[in-house]
Write a protein that binds this ligand. Sequence first.
Ligand SMILES: [Zn+2]
Length: 309
Amino acid sequence: MKITIIAAVAFLLLVVLVAAVVGGIAGLFGDSNRTDCAAVGSTTTDVAGYDPDQMANAATIVAVGKQMNVPTRGWVIAIATAMQESGLRNLDYGDRDSLGLFQQRPSQGWGTPAQIMTPTYSATQFYQHLLAVPGWQAMSLTNAAQTVQRSGFPDAYARHELAARIIVAAVHNATCSATTGEWTVPTTGHCSSGFGPRDGGFHHGLDIAAPVGTTIVAAGDGQVIDAGPATGYGLWIRIQHPDGTITTYGHNNRNFVHKGQWVVAGQHIAEVGNRGQSTGPHLHFQIEVNSQAIDPVNFYHQNGIELCR
Ligand SMILES: [Zn+2]
């Protein structure tokens, strides 16, 4: 009898243990923390007093708003709120347990710290709460922001309204790029020259034409193995991905990452330029598998994304 009970208890413990392990593994590989919006297409028009990091955060907020069909007024409220709460920076600290662009608090049900530190997630949360406020579009910016944030300093939001409008205007072309969760379109523009024979030589990448200053994002998670001047490419970045694939971004106007740095898919790494052997502003995007350049269009097509439409 005793043995039966011990066996039953042992079996139950085993079931609980297996469930915990499986749950833990599912949690590890769950995609809840992965951004589903990489903001591309925003020309990083300089706005006095704001650096590329802040403008990239603004572009993400606007792109998420667009994806959620939030009216433009909502983008301005979101930007003004992030300006007040974090200075448009993804802060890993704050008052009490506040975190991120909007200083949302895990203890108040806004999400886990990792979720809140993901700009796409925190912006989505902000908009969801804003859209739930009845008549928010008719409210003053301060009232709308205050209803979402329940801040101790509600009047502070309004003073950012003009600057928020200027920033929204600067990044209004930002959209969420197509992403499989693994690979992301590095920039938006029109494909001006494909992979293959060209001018008696061979073009090892794909050229995507876009204005100088257009956002370039990392195509996938990985480590920057080179960033700086390169013959022919002007200024380039090379990223090695976990499966050994290497992506190259050439003719950049400015780079925002350095050699050795780890980046995630969709991270703002550079802006489109016209440096090196280039006949107009574009991104030269190259993919190498086993040290062999392959056609980026085919590679993305196999991953369910059309690079050139
Ligand atoms: Zn090229």
